[in-house]
Design a protein around this ligand. Sequence first.
Ligand SMILES: NC(=O)NCCC[C@H](N)C(=O)O
Length: 411
Amino acid sequence: MSDTRTPGADSEVGTLRTVMLHRPGPELKRLTPRNNDRLLFDGLPWVARAQEEHDAFAQALRDRDVEVLYLTELLTEAFEAQHARNHAITTALAGLHLGDTLRTYLASALHDASPAELTTYLTAGIRNDEVRGGHGLVTSLLAADDFLVDPLPNLLFTRDSSVWLRDRVAITSLAMPARRRETQLTELIYTAHPRFAGTRTVHGWHHEHVEGGDVLLLSPGVIAVGVGERTTPAGVERLARQLFHAELAHTVLAVPIAQERATMHLDTICTMVDVDKMVVYANVADSLLAHTVTADPEEPGDGAADVRLRVAEPEPFLVAAAKAMGIDTLEQIDTGLDPVTAEREQWDDGNNTLALAPRVAMAYERNDETNDRLEASGIEVIRIAGSELGSGRGGPRCMSCPVERDPLPRA
Ligand SMILES: NC(=O)NCCC[C@H](N)C(=O)O
């Protein structure tokens, strides 16, 4: 794709043209058995193998003519702008654990770093024992392996920190402390990188929590938002008002999901694989509900904050979705009738597919039953390895932020 094409996406299944990924890097080497829970990994990935798996994932996308952008390359390029560097350094050092002496020292060191070095410091983090020379009381009292700047191992899951909604990008607001800083970096990419000059943003990291894994573009104008461990009721309320005000959507379906790690995002439960087909975790498929949210046309208001929302009583999710999408049925491809297999494959992100086009989906190879069922339903499945990538709990959808998809015809 040339830089002159317009980024944006209005569905989960329009032909994928450009995607932003993050190749696993030194931030994963920061994980230890003592910090992996806090940093939201279920184990310690073998980093070299995770990189191999990720390179194969990126190549499989390129083989289908998808342009792959890397988050760290975009960030380094954005850091050519002095204001972007200043902003990144100030926000990364805002934590109250540093104290003034150490903050001043680190700010000076980071200002002296090259753009590429700055990217590494801000993504891999800075450990206390990496600051040499004794810089006051705080470094002396902190443990050697305490982080002064936390590493960001979950950058791998680019889906969560930004979401394109038509021609705008939502900067999300991540709920878990270990991930909060990610959106400060994605915001810089979209505001300071020349490729995205003029892009308008919605939401923002200072707002109520909304994570990209909870946001599913079911069809042009219809957006499902999971509300559970990550996205909050207040988050979906603010997002809905902005979407309606900017005419990015006419309907939002607010979908309550269990507040558990296994179902941390709506896209761990279901993903679109065709314009009218979803793969859905069978164990919850029948109990998923949705509140249909629309804007009251009588009171449009002047700004997003004035939009008055109409909230319907809950209905079965697939029923509410089909109605909003203007189709007879949103077909459910389930992940197996045996609840144990379904639970295992859901945990291993079998439902977390990335559509490259209608009826073409990428999926982890390990989830045999789910993949067989997808194929039996007419979906081409591009299988990728993910034994190490999956240790952070996230599949092909979580690991990708579509930057450009072909639009679908509007209903
Ligand atoms: N959309 C997704 O489900 N993303 C996966 C995020 C995994 C990450 N370790 C987390 O706990 O946030």
